[in-house]
Ligand binder design. Structure first.
Ligand code: AMP
Ligand code: ZN
Ligand code: FE
Ligand code: FE
Length: 275
C-alpha cells in the first residue's frame, strides 16, 4: 500500500514559539508519514539554516515558509509566506524589522506584568535558548514556571489574551507591506487561519487586498468552516493551503499533520521547489 501524499504547511519550531527543534520537527514529520512540510515560524526564517540540509538528507520535502504578524484596520492578521527565495535578503530584512517591533512590545508587556507585581526578566523568557522570536507564549510559560498561573491557557485568559490587561499590540505592520515584501522575494502570500476571525466579512475583505491564497484547512477547524473558505478560494481563483499550526508541547492538543494539503495543492504553491 502506498501512503498518500500529505503536506503540513503550518508548523512552528523552537526558532519561534514551537517546542521542537527544526531537526526534531523534521524527524516527527517523517515518523507521522508526512511527505512535506513548511516551517512557518513567527517573524523568522532562522530554522532553515539547519532544516534545509537536514530535510534533504532525510528525504523530506521542505518548502520555504514564515508567518508574519501584521495588522489590518487595527486587527491582528497573520500572513503566511511560501515559496520565497533565500538567495535575496528581502525576507530576512523584513524579519529583522518585525523582531525590533517584538523587542519593544515584549518590554511593554513585562512592564505591565511588573506593575501587577508579577515580575519576569527578559532572560527568563527563553524556553530552549535557541529562539530568534520571543512572543506571548514564552511570557505565558515563564509566568507558569514562576507560579503566577497554573497553565499557559490561564496566562492568556487572565493577562495576555487580545482583550486582557497586559496585552500590548505593538507597532502595527500593514498586511499590504507583507504581501509586497513576499512578492519581491518571489513568494506567495497566504492569509492564515481566517477561521479565527469572528466576522467572515472581515476575512473576505482582508483576502481581497492582494493575497495569492488562503489557509482553508486549519488545525481542527470544523469541516463546515473549511468548506466555506475552499468555496471562496475556488470562486476567486486563489491557492488553497492548509496546516496544523503545530507548536509541540506548548499546545499539546494540536498534533503535527492534523491538517494538510495533498500533492496537487502542495505543488501549486511550491512552484519553484527544486527536488
Ligand atoms: P504573539 O505572536 O506574541 O502575539 O503571540 C501569539 C501566539 O500566541 C499565537 O501564535 C499562538 O501560538 C499563541 N496564543 C494566542 N492566544 C492563545 C491562547 N488563548 N492560548 C494559548 N496560546 C495562544
Ligand atoms: Zn505561535
Ligand atoms: Fe497564526
Ligand atoms: Fe502559527
Amino acid at each position: 500500500m502506498t501512503l498518500s501524499f500529505r503536506a503540513d504547511l503550518h508548523c512552528h519550531s523552537s526558532s519561534s514559539d514551537g517546542t521542537l527543534s527544526p531537526t526534531e520537527l523534521i524527524d516527527l514529520a517523517i515518523e507521522r508519514g508526512l511527505s512535506a512540510i513548511s516551517i512557518t515560524d513567527h517573524d523568522t526564517i532562522a530554522a532553515y539554516d539547519i532544516a534545509l540540509p537536514y530535510a534533504k538528507e532525510k528525504g523530506l520535502l521542505l518548502g520555504s515558509g514564515a508567518e508574519f504578524s501584521c495588522s489590518y484596520k487595527r486587527k491582528s492578521v497573520h500572513v503566511l509566506a511560501y515559496d520565497f527565495s533565500f538567495s535575496s535578503d528581502v525576507i530576512s530584512s523584513y524579519c529583522q524589522k518585525l523582531q525590533h517591533r517584538r523587542t519593544i512590545r515584549n518590554k511593554e508587556i513585562l512592564d505591565r506584568l511588573r506593575g501587577l507585581r508579577l515580575p519576569i526578566t527578559e532572560e527568563e523568557l527563553f524556553i530552549t535558548g535557541t529562539e530568534e522570536t520571543i512572543g506571548r507564549p514564552h511570557i505565558a510559560k515563564a509566568m507558569m514556571q514562576k507560579g503566577y498561573v497554573c497553565s499557559v491557557q490561564e496566562a492568556f485568559h487572565l493577562y495576555l489574551g487580545d482583550t486582557k490587561c497586559c496585552y500590548v499590540p505593538g507597532v502595527p505592520f500593514p498586511v499590504e507591506e507583507a504581501i509586497e515584501v513576499i512578492h519581491r522575494a518571489g513568494g506567495k502570500a497566504v492569509l492564515a487561519h481566517p477561521h479565527l476571525y469572528k466576522d467572515f466579512g472581515f476575512g473576505k475583505e482582508v483576502l481581497s487586498i492582494g493575497f495569492d491564497g488562503v489557509e482553508c484547512y486549519y488545525a481542527r477547524a470544523p469541516l463546515k468552516e473549511e468548506k466555506r473558505w475552499i468555496h471562496l478560494a475556488e470562486e476567486q481563483g486563489l491557492l488553497i493551503s492548509g496546516g496544523s499550526d503545530f507548536h509541540g508541547s506548548i499546545k499539546p492538543y494540536i498534533p503535527l499533520g492534523c491538517s494538510f494539503v495533498d500533492r496537487e495543492r502542495f505543488f501549486q504553491i511550491f512552484t519553484t521547489l527544486s527536488l
